[in-house]
Design a protein around this ligand. Sequence first.
Ligand SMILES: *[C@@H]1O[C@H](CO)[C@@H](O)[C@H](O)[C@H]1NC(C)=O
Ligand SMILES: *[C@@H]1O[C@H](CO)[C@@H](O)[C@H](O)[C@H]1NC(C)=O
Ligand SMILES: *[C@@H]1O[C@H](CO)[C@@H](O)[C@H](O)[C@H]1NC(C)=O
Length: 132
Amino acid sequence: MIKKIMMWLLANYFLTRYLVFNDDAATPTCVCAIMNQSSIEPLIEQEFPNKMGCDETGKLACRKLCTTLAEVTKQSGNGAQILCQQLMRDAIVTVNLFSKVCDAPFEHTGIQYEKPVCCENGSVCNVTTTQS
Ligand SMILES: *[C@@H]1O[C@H](CO)[C@@H](O)[C@H](O)[C@H]1NC(C)=O
Ligand SMILES: *[C@@H]1O[C@H](CO)[C@@H](O)[C@H](O)[C@H]1NC(C)=O
Ligand SMILES: *[C@@H]1O[C@H](CO)[C@@H](O)[C@H](O)[C@H]1NC(C)=O
Protein backbone atom coordinates (compact mmCIF):
# COMPACT_ATOMS: atom_id res chain seq x y z
CA MET A 1 0.00 0.00 0.00
CA ILE A 2 2.60 2.37 1.19
CA LYS A 3 4.56 1.65 -1.87
CA LYS A 4 2.15 3.67 -3.96
CA ILE A 5 3.30 6.89 -2.53
CA MET A 6 6.83 6.31 -3.01
CA MET A 7 6.43 5.40 -6.59
CA TRP A 8 4.69 8.66 -6.89
CA LEU A 9 7.73 10.38 -5.57
CA LEU A 10 9.96 8.46 -7.89
CA ALA A 11 7.77 9.38 -10.79
CA ASN A 12 7.63 13.05 -9.98
CA TYR A 13 11.34 13.09 -9.48
CA PHE A 14 11.65 11.73 -12.97
CA LEU A 15 9.11 14.14 -14.40
CA THR A 16 10.56 17.25 -12.86
CA ARG A 17 14.05 16.25 -13.71
CA TYR A 18 13.58 15.19 -17.27
CA LEU A 19 10.32 16.46 -18.60
CA VAL A 20 9.36 19.70 -16.96
CA PHE A 21 11.42 22.68 -17.93
CA ASN A 22 8.80 25.38 -17.82
CA ASP A 23 9.46 27.52 -14.79
CA ASP A 24 7.44 30.52 -15.86
CA ALA A 25 5.72 32.09 -12.87
CA ALA A 26 2.71 32.96 -15.01
CA THR A 27 2.09 29.33 -15.94
CA PRO A 28 -0.90 27.81 -14.15
CA THR A 29 0.25 25.27 -11.62
CA CYS A 30 -0.79 21.89 -10.35
CA VAL A 31 0.42 20.83 -6.93
CA CYS A 32 0.33 17.27 -5.65
CA ALA A 33 0.74 16.96 -1.89
CA ILE A 34 1.00 14.26 0.72
CA MET A 35 -0.72 15.10 3.97
CA ASN A 36 -0.92 13.23 7.23
CA GLN A 37 -4.31 11.95 8.25
CA SER A 38 -6.80 14.81 8.51
CA SER A 39 -4.11 17.46 8.51
CA ILE A 40 -4.14 20.07 5.77
CA GLU A 41 -0.48 20.82 6.24
CA PRO A 42 1.46 19.27 3.35
CA LEU A 43 4.32 17.04 4.44
CA ILE A 44 5.64 16.80 0.93
CA GLU A 45 4.47 18.71 -2.09
CA GLN A 46 5.44 18.84 -5.70
CA GLU A 47 4.46 21.50 -8.21
CA PHE A 48 3.96 21.05 -11.92
CA PRO A 49 2.97 23.41 -14.69
CA ASN A 50 -0.65 22.83 -15.67
CA LYS A 51 -1.45 23.80 -19.20
CA MET A 52 -5.10 23.05 -18.63
CA GLY A 53 -5.44 26.18 -16.53
CA CYS A 54 -7.00 27.03 -13.18
CA ASP A 55 -10.65 26.18 -13.82
CA GLU A 56 -12.57 22.92 -13.39
CA THR A 57 -10.86 21.39 -16.43
CA GLY A 58 -7.49 22.26 -14.96
CA LYS A 59 -8.53 20.83 -11.60
CA LEU A 60 -9.51 17.53 -13.12
CA ALA A 61 -6.33 17.34 -15.16
CA CYS A 62 -4.30 18.10 -12.05
CA ARG A 63 -6.04 15.49 -9.93
CA LYS A 64 -5.53 12.99 -12.71
CA LEU A 65 -1.84 13.80 -12.86
CA CYS A 66 -1.45 13.36 -9.11
CA THR A 67 -3.41 10.12 -8.95
CA THR A 68 -1.62 8.75 -11.99
CA LEU A 69 1.70 9.46 -10.36
CA ALA A 70 0.43 7.74 -7.23
CA GLU A 71 -0.63 4.79 -9.34
CA VAL A 72 2.78 4.62 -10.94
CA THR A 73 4.29 4.82 -7.49
CA LYS A 74 2.29 1.78 -6.52
CA GLN A 75 4.39 -0.32 -8.86
CA SER A 76 7.61 0.71 -7.18
CA GLY A 77 9.13 -1.26 -4.35
CA ASN A 78 10.68 1.40 -2.15
CA GLY A 79 8.09 4.11 -1.82
CA ALA A 80 7.96 4.17 1.96
CA GLN A 81 11.69 4.49 2.06
CA ILE A 82 11.58 7.55 -0.17
CA LEU A 83 8.85 9.11 1.92
CA CYS A 84 10.92 8.71 5.04
CA GLN A 85 13.98 10.17 3.38
CA GLN A 86 11.99 13.20 2.28
CA LEU A 87 10.33 13.64 5.64
CA MET A 88 13.58 14.08 7.53
CA ARG A 89 12.02 13.50 10.92
CA ASP A 90 10.68 10.66 12.99
CA ALA A 91 6.96 10.28 12.65
CA ILE A 92 4.09 8.05 11.72
CA VAL A 93 2.33 9.21 8.61
CA THR A 94 -1.03 8.19 7.30
CA VAL A 95 -0.68 9.23 3.70
CA ASN A 96 -3.44 11.20 2.05
CA LEU A 97 -3.00 12.53 -1.46
CA PHE A 98 -4.23 16.02 -2.26
CA SER A 99 -4.08 18.19 -5.34
CA LYS A 100 -4.72 21.82 -6.13
CA VAL A 101 -4.48 24.20 -9.05
CA CYS A 102 -3.17 27.73 -8.91
CA ASP A 103 -4.47 29.51 -5.80
CA ALA A 104 -7.34 27.11 -5.16
CA PRO A 105 -7.40 25.20 -1.87
CA PHE A 106 -6.11 21.64 -1.69
CA GLU A 107 -8.68 18.96 -2.42
CA HIS A 108 -8.48 15.33 -1.43
CA THR A 109 -7.89 13.12 -4.46
CA GLY A 110 -9.62 10.16 -2.85
CA ILE A 111 -6.33 8.36 -2.38
CA GLN A 112 -5.49 7.42 1.17
CA TYR A 113 -3.27 4.58 2.30
CA GLU A 114 -4.78 2.38 4.92
CA LYS A 115 -1.54 1.59 6.64
CA PRO A 116 0.54 4.28 8.27
CA VAL A 117 4.19 4.63 7.37
CA CYS A 118 6.60 4.75 10.27
CA CYS A 119 9.76 6.75 9.72
CA GLU A 120 12.77 6.79 12.00
CA ASN A 121 16.20 8.17 11.22
CA GLY A 122 15.20 8.62 7.60
CA SER A 123 14.28 4.96 7.22
CA VAL A 124 11.15 2.91 7.45
CA CYS A 125 10.50 1.43 10.89
CA ASN A 126 7.92 -1.01 12.10
CA VAL A 127 4.68 0.34 13.38
CA THR A 128 2.38 -1.49 15.71
CA THR A 129 -1.12 -0.29 15.20
CA THR A 130 -4.66 -1.53 15.23
CA GLN A 131 -5.65 0.95 12.58
CA SER A 132 -6.52 -0.56 9.23
C1 LIG B 1 0.45 12.21 11.80
O1 LIG B 1 -0.66 12.17 12.64
C2 LIG B 1 -0.49 11.29 13.73
C3 LIG B 1 -1.80 11.24 14.52
O2 LIG B 1 -2.30 12.52 14.71
C4 LIG B 1 0.67 11.79 14.60
O3 LIG B 1 0.88 10.89 15.66
C5 LIG B 1 1.92 11.83 13.72
O4 LIG B 1 2.99 12.36 14.47
C6 LIG B 1 1.68 12.71 12.53
N1 LIG B 1 2.83 12.67 11.65
C7 LIG B 1 3.46 13.78 11.25
C8 LIG B 1 4.60 13.58 10.29
O5 LIG B 1 3.12 14.89 11.58
C1 LIG C 1 17.78 5.93 15.24
O1 LIG C 1 18.87 6.62 15.83
C2 LIG C 1 18.89 6.54 17.23
C3 LIG C 1 20.02 7.42 17.75
O2 LIG C 1 21.10 7.37 16.87
C4 LIG C 1 19.04 5.07 17.67
O3 LIG C 1 19.04 4.97 19.07
C5 LIG C 1 17.89 4.27 17.09
O4 LIG C 1 18.06 2.90 17.40
C6 LIG C 1 17.82 4.45 15.60
N1 LIG C 1 16.63 3.78 15.11
C7 LIG C 1 16.66 2.99 14.03
C8 LIG C 1 15.37 2.35 13.64
O5 LIG C 1 17.67 2.79 13.39
C1 LIG D 1 10.00 -5.15 11.02
O1 LIG D 1 9.46 -6.38 11.44
C2 LIG D 1 9.75 -7.44 10.57
C3 LIG D 1 9.01 -8.69 11.06
O2 LIG D 1 8.53 -8.51 12.36
C4 LIG D 1 11.26 -7.64 10.52
O3 LIG D 1 11.57 -8.70 9.65
C5 LIG D 1 11.91 -6.37 10.03
O4 LIG D 1 13.31 -6.51 10.05
C6 LIG D 1 11.51 -5.21 10.90
N1 LIG D 1 12.06 -3.97 10.33
C7 LIG D 1 12.60 -3.02 11.07
C8 LIG D 1 13.07 -1.80 10.36
O5 LIG D 1 12.71 -3.12 12.30
